[in-house]
Design a protein around this ligand. Structure first.
Ligand code: IMP
Length: 431
């Protein structure tokens, strides 16, 4: 069955603080895309996929890599730690997925995350103490800082290690002063970094290409592209809960800048929201539960970070925040994930507004809740809308009514097949 034309190129983004289950939805939609491209973030992301009962966690390689006939691309807007990427390629190959240059390519224009970026992330967080951002300490912020400060090192430099050395030298003198004088930490030489990069450069060289031209050629052939967002809207550096955000734009608009595909070619935007809310790291979380209820929801939902293993904070669905995220991203299709986790929780709450006073920041002042009757049945085997208990339907319908978009796909478990597709975009997939 073919996917409707209107859905030709699709962007998938998170509408909360990340961990909404984007990986699974990308994996489903990738069955009918010819190319899957990441456009921002780095290995701070962690997408958990469960395929044939086996769990695969990906941090950099797009989730579509498990689909046959799909080319996965790391776009120019991503920051790439070559050590992590090589580890991921090796791990996939060890599981029997053979990955060649027709299956995977990396934009030569993407920026590198270097060991100095990881160290700086760690030192800064440590120095901030109680005021820390709660980053993943993967060096993402410092790598983006170098990019924007025009002293970054791009992936293409791995193809010529003398060029890599020259670019490193441009940033190293300053970094070493910061390490030595500000943090009393060990310094690094350009030889150290070249020696570190060499094995990764050799392994990655066949995959480093002009990804912008690749995507434009795909467009010319009428081939479908899926844009895989990482993190979530409220971690966006402009639109999120600043400064407790990541260092890239996570909203759908950045799918254009982060790949070189023009905005008129982003046809469909799928926004993913969990049926409740979670956040990892520091920062505001208006609907957070008290510790006893939070612990129960965390245990039930397995809410521990895929990248850092940290426990996620858990809370009720925040409708005004999701509604605002829908606007920021231009969402055309909504997906609600982990509805099954709410089974047996008793009465459920939905935040319908915030008690924000004029002049105060958005979403402050405390959430105002509505209570909904819960359901006790296990819904993880439901495959169509009619099979859901009436309370679950009422809960979803109230959310749809509050955020203004129908849930075109409802996910009721981690497996690929554990979905309730309601919109042709999702029904057309081969599962
Ligand atoms: P950074 O991206 O490592 O700099 O971390 C900044 C903030 O974003 C922290 O609160 C992290 O916990 C959060 N974060 C980064 N990536 C993810 C993700 O993929 N899921 C959820 N939170 C994330």
């Amino acid at each position: 069955m073919s996917t409707p034309d209107a859905a030709r190129n699709t962007v998938v983004v998170g509408l909360q603080w990340g961990d909404e289950g984007k990986g699974k939805v990308v994996d489903l939609l990738a069955a009918h895309a010819r190319h899957v491209v990441r456009f921002q973030g780095g290995n701070n992301a962690g997408h958990t996929l469960v395929v044939d009962g086996e769990t695969v966690i990906l941090h950099l390689i797009p989730s579509g890599i498990l689909q046959p006939n799909t080319t996965c691309i790391i776009g120019n807007g991503v920051v790439v730690d070559p050590e992590v990427l090589v580890g991921e390629l090796d791990a996939l190959e060890a599981r029997g997925y053979s990955i060649g240059p027709d299956d995977f390519l990396i934009s030569a224009d993407a920026h590198l995350v270097l060991p100095i970026h990881r160290s700086l992330d760690d030192l800064r967080e440590h120095a901030l103490g109680g005021a820390k951002i709660g980053t993943t300490k993967k060096g993402i912020g410092p790598a983006y800082e170098d990019k924007v400060a025009r002293r970054g090192v791009r992936v293409g430099a791995l193809l010529d290690l003398e060029r890599f050395r020259r670019h490193i030298q441009a940033t190293l003198a300053e970094k070493n002063r910061i390490f030595a004088e500000w943090y009393q930490a060990p310094t690094v030489t350009d030889d150290d970094l070249v020696a570190w990069a060499q094995p990764f450069a050799e392994r990655l060289a066949p995959f480093i290409r002009d990804a912008v031209s690749h995507l434009h050629e795909a467009q010319d052939q009428g081939e479908r592209i899926l844009f895989e967002g990482a993190q979530g809207t409220y971690l966006d550096v402009d639109h999120g809960t600043y400064p407790f955000v990541t260092s890239s734009n996570t909203v759908a608009g950045n799918a254009a800048a982060g790949t070189g595909v023009g905005p008129k070619d982003l046809h469909t935007v799928v926004g993913i929201a969990k049926a409740y809310a979670t956040r990892v790291g520091s920062g505001p979380f208006p609907t957070r539960l008290d510790s006893v209820e939070e612990e129960a929801l965390r245990a039930k939902g397995g809410e521990f970070g895929a990248t850092t293993g940290r426990p996620r904070s858990c809370g009720w669905f925040d409708a005004p925040m999701v509604k605002h995220a829908i606007r920021l991203n231009g969402v055309t299709h909504l997906t609600l994930t982990k509805l099954d986790i709410l089974s047996g929780l008793g009465r459920l709450k939905i935040a319908t507004s915030h008690n924000t006073q004029p002049g105060e920041e958005r979403f402050t002042g405390g959430p105002i809740y509505e209570e909904w009757e819960g359901w006790s049945q296990d819904i993880s085997a439901c495959r169509n809308w009619e099979e859901l208990p009436k309370q679950a339907k009422a809960y979803v319908e109230r959310i749809e009514n509050l955020v203004g978009v129908r849930a075109g796909l409802i996910s009721v478990g981690p497996g690929r097949e554990q979905v309730i597709p309601r919109d042709p975009l999702f029904r057309a997939q081969a599962y």
